[in-house]
Design a protein around this ligand. Structure first.
Ligand SMILES: [Zn+2]
Ligand SMILES: [Zn+2]
Length: 575
């Protein structure tokens, strides 16, 4: 138990409900809710909402005939249609053995080979930079930098590289830039790349995010810290990786935060007409505002019924107009007299969740805050500003609290798990925690308790992957998850707050292992529970290709002989 070690408050921009309940100094952590209403509730109510759009997110899993897919028991032809068509390997095209193969040792060999190939690719990328560095040093020794020359040594080496690699000058210049960064700024991180432990994309991100550090000692310390951590970061997506690097940089070099604050002054929204009835908008907003706009556009775009012909992007763009008009709905364009969109309530106001240390809220600490759903950090100065008008809600670390009785966790426990995890906990997924399911690591039905040590955030897609596709996870009391893939490989993911708010990852208590319950009894109904696609990927692809080909054909015919007669399922021409 860590009584009072973690406390704080939720806060929203509307009103300050309560002061932050910081209790024990530097460990105090607050979670904050910025309640920001972007749309106004006045004005004409547009018809429309679509309850179906708020339903479970459809998964990206290959749809297949119902079959039991539990480890060791699954057989039959489930999923074969895809693999039969595309699987050239005998091991995969054996119809009766596919699911079984996923769970025995043979797929582990393939996964090992895939990993080895990726590592060789990383090593080759590192080696390329290293040798470019040798050429660079050789030329510098021969002639110096010639920095006053219009085409200096850097330019000359770039030209040599572009010719040798058959690339553009820009790409060659980029290789040289990263080569110099590896040699001069980040030798330890560079060594990880050359050993194949990190990939080129991660190396590029680290170079870019550390570029503002000027002090060589700070640079060396950051290099060492990143090298110690980077290879152990599992499944980092680009945005999350950038945030992790930023956190290390922010702690090592306070100037980075000040520079950010200057950038804040440059926020703006500009609008210019680009012709043909379209106008472009560019904006640079405070992160919390930008994400509130983003969420509000999504919510408005979802207020039409399934018959609306517009794409999601088009509806989001149209939602900007509805937003400006103060509407809380988008007018549906299905043209059906019985459009169901008007029957459902308008979307609720957008709430932005931000986690901050209590000391950052009252402006006495420099620790940046983290917004659930955004990768970028929010500087402490800005958080102190925002906190004055936000609703604060205490975040309670459950300590050694006993499990809760119900399947659904209490609001306090759910808040804690979401703030601890920040994102979906599947390897490589960064879907924000507020859009995630709270998954019992050991299923509730199997005796798994409703307890912080047995709950994690999983997005719907990965919740389904875990449930149906042979993945298993084991949770430690500090929130660490150890995943076992269908092929037997293991992967570790740590909670998103581990780096910035380590106190949230203080262990929440060791749980007694649940009583083993007979397995297999629930297997039979599992496949029936998998949400079904309305249209398969193949159908979507066919429809897309058909529509585009038809458009091309009509354009071609129109060019030859005037407008083509409309097909019966087309809208009438606008004349
Ligand atoms: Zn409609
Ligand atoms: Zn996920």
């Amino acid at each position: 138990m860590v009584p009072g070690a973690v406390a704080g408050g939720w806060f929203g921009l509307h009103e300050l409900n309560s002061a932050t309940e910081a209790t024990s100094g530097t460990n105090a952590v607050a979670a904050a809710t910025f309640r920001r209403v972007v749309g106004l509730t006045m004005g004409r109510a547009y018809p429309g909402d679509d309850a179906g759009r708020n339903g479970p997110r459809r998964s990206g899993i290959i749809s297949s005939s119902p079959a039991t897919m539990r480890a060791g028991t699954a057989r039959g032809a489930a999923g074969c249609s895809y693999l039969d068509r595309y699987g050239a390997l005998d091991i995969l095209s054996e119809p009766a053995g596919i699911i079984e193969c996923m769970f025995d040792g043979s797929s582990a060999v393939l996964v090992e080979r895939i990993a080895a190939a990726a590592r060789a690719e990383n090593q080759a990328a590192g080696q390329r930079l290293a040798v470019i560095g040798e050429l660079d040093v050789m030329r510098l020794r021969e002639v110096g930098e010639r920095e006053t020359w219009c085409t200096d040594t850097q330019e000359a080496v770039t030209a040599e590289l572009a010719a040798a690699l058959t690339t553009t000058q820009a790409l060659a210049a980029s290789y040289l830039y990263y080569s110099r960064a590896m040699r001069l700024r980040l030798p330890r991180v560079g060594a990880l790349l050359r050993a194949g432990y990190i990939d080129y994309r991660m190396f590029q991100t680290i170079v870019y995010r550390t570029d503002l550090i000027t002090d060589p000692d700070v640079m060396a310390a950051v290099d060492a810290q990143l090298a110690a951590k980077a290879a152990r970061w599992p499944g980092m997506t680009q945005g999350r990786l950038a945030a992790q690097v930023d956190r290390i940089v922010a702690r090592a070099d306070g100037d980075a935060l000040r520079r950010r604050r200057e950038r804040q002054a440059g926020r703006e929204v500009s609008i210019w007409d680009s012709g043909e009835g379209l106008t472009e908008i560019f904006g640079r907003l405070i992160t919390t505002d930008a994400h509130a706009v983003d969420a509000r556009l999504d919510a408005l775009a979802a207020t039409v019924c399934a018959g609306d012909p517009r794409t999601r992007n088009q509806r989001r763009a149209d939602a900007m107009g509805a937003l400006a008009a103060g509407a809380d709905r988008l007018a549906c364009r299905c043209a059906r007299p019985d459009c169901p969109a008007g029957a459902t309530p308008p979307p609720v106001p957008v709430v932005i969740h931000v986690i901050a240390e209590a000391a950052s809220l009252d402006g006495t600490a420099a620790t940046p805050a983290s917004m659930i759903g955004a990768d970028a950090l929010i500087p402490a100065e800005l958080i102190a500003d925002l906190a004055r008008s936000a609703t604060l809600r205490p975040l309670v670390h459950p300590g050694d609290a006993p499990p809760e009785a119900n399947y659904t966790p209490s609001q306090a426990l759910a808040d804690f798990v979401r703030c601890r995890d920040l994102t979906c906990r599947f390897p490589g997924c960064d879907r924000p925690a507020r859009h995630c399911d709270l998954d019992h690591t050991i299923a509730y039905a199997d005796g798994g308790p409703t307890h912080a040590s047995n709950l994690t955030c999983l997005c719907r897609q990965h919740h389904l992957i875990k449930t149906f596709w042979g993945w298993h996870d084991h949770q430690l009391p500090d929130g660490t998850l150890i995943w076992t893939a269908p092929s037997g490989q293991t992967y570790i993911t740590t909670p998103g707050s581990a780096l910035l708010f380590p106190t949230l990852c203080v262990p929440t208590g060791q749980l007694a292992p649940p009583q083993p319950t007979p397995t297999g009894s629930r297997c039979a109904d599992r496949a029936a529970m998998m949400p079904q696609r309305r249209r398969t990927r193949a159908q979507n692809r066919t429809a897309r290709i058909t529509a585009e080909r038809k458009h091309n054909r009509q354009t071609r015919q129109a060019a030859r002989s005037g407008p083509a007669p409309p097909d019966t399922d087309d809208e009438p021409p606008p004349f």
